[in-house]
Design a protein around this ligand. Sequence first.
Ligand SMILES: NC(=O)c1ccc[n+]([C@@H]2O[C@H](COP(=O)([O-])OP(=O)(O)OC[C@H]3O[C@@H](n4cnc5c(N)ncnc54)[C@H](OP(=O)(O)O)[C@@H]3O)[C@@H](O)[C@H]2O)c1
Length: 286
Amino acid sequence: MPSYTLLERLLFPSVRLNARKLERRLSGKTVLITGASSGIGERLAYLLAGFDARLILTARRGDKLAAIKADIESRTGFRAAIDIFAADLREPEQTDALLAYVSQLPGGLDAVVSNAGHSIRRSVRESLDRYHDFTRTMAINYFAPVRLLLGVIPLLEKNGGHIANVSTVSALLLPVPNWAAYQASKSAFDVWLRSAAPELNALGVSVSSVYFPLVRTPMIAPTAAYKNAPAMSVEIAAKIVARTFYSRCRVYKPWWLAAGELASVLFRGVWERSAARKISRKERAR
Ligand SMILES: NC(=O)c1ccc[n+]([C@@H]2O[C@H](COP(=O)([O-])OP(=O)(O)OC[C@H]3O[C@@H](n4cnc5c(N)ncnc54)[C@H](OP(=O)(O)O)[C@@H]3O)[C@@H](O)[C@H]2O)c1
């Protein structure tokens, strides 16, 4: 794994967590983390394990979750109670089983980190016989979190709870070629949650949308172009999500994103024409 470069320090500066505030928010509370077997969700589980909370870790790979639980529990300083629940959140019955499990917990549920996700990088031309790329990204990045949240909203309402959604900066910028399946599905849930947030706030449930840039996790490993691209560390990403528990901020964005959002409005035409020219050049060079 490349070390953190100067540019990365500038783009993704380190984050200070207020442990006292986090302790106050988490003490005796129950937090559900989806996608906890890897990357951001896994790192967040390690971070929150130092607090007096109950963590419910879910993902498809039960063996990975069990190994993470065992490793956390073998460390000094761990205080949380850790439950693991293996589920493929694209499967409605498995989500229902998770919801049934969460619903019977004596203290209910206080927070959900909607983090499980899947990315696909493929051009539309290479996807002509791969409609399933679009259904499977929508299944995990859109329908799964919608179904899960619909099930837990009554629990969160009861406890004045919190939802943190792990989104991507690309939901706020001009879409880039080759990522149509991923970007459309992440944007769909981002918009769903932004639309739902005022309703949820009125029920006493806070909502944070966390817009991450590239984060150095297994998700980006298959993309060769990202090997040396600037990326946020997974430790910083986990802290940013954890901070939303006490800040309850509506939005986290990297400091430089506003410039990108403005450029997305001003330069859509320029960007789309130049992207098309670049793709044509590549096609001709093949
Ligand atoms: N890495 C980035 O650059 C980046 C940037 C912006 C936003 N994000 C978002 O951050 C979130 C976490 O990604 P990551 O980078 O940490 O990737 P990751 O290391 O690949 O983790 C993805 C997690 O999602 C779980 N998952 C995938 N499909 C699932 C399914 N069908 N049912 C249940 N769980 C499933 C995976 O567990 P199993 O395989 O065990 O099921 C894994 O724990 C994603 O929502 C991603 O879109 C990532």
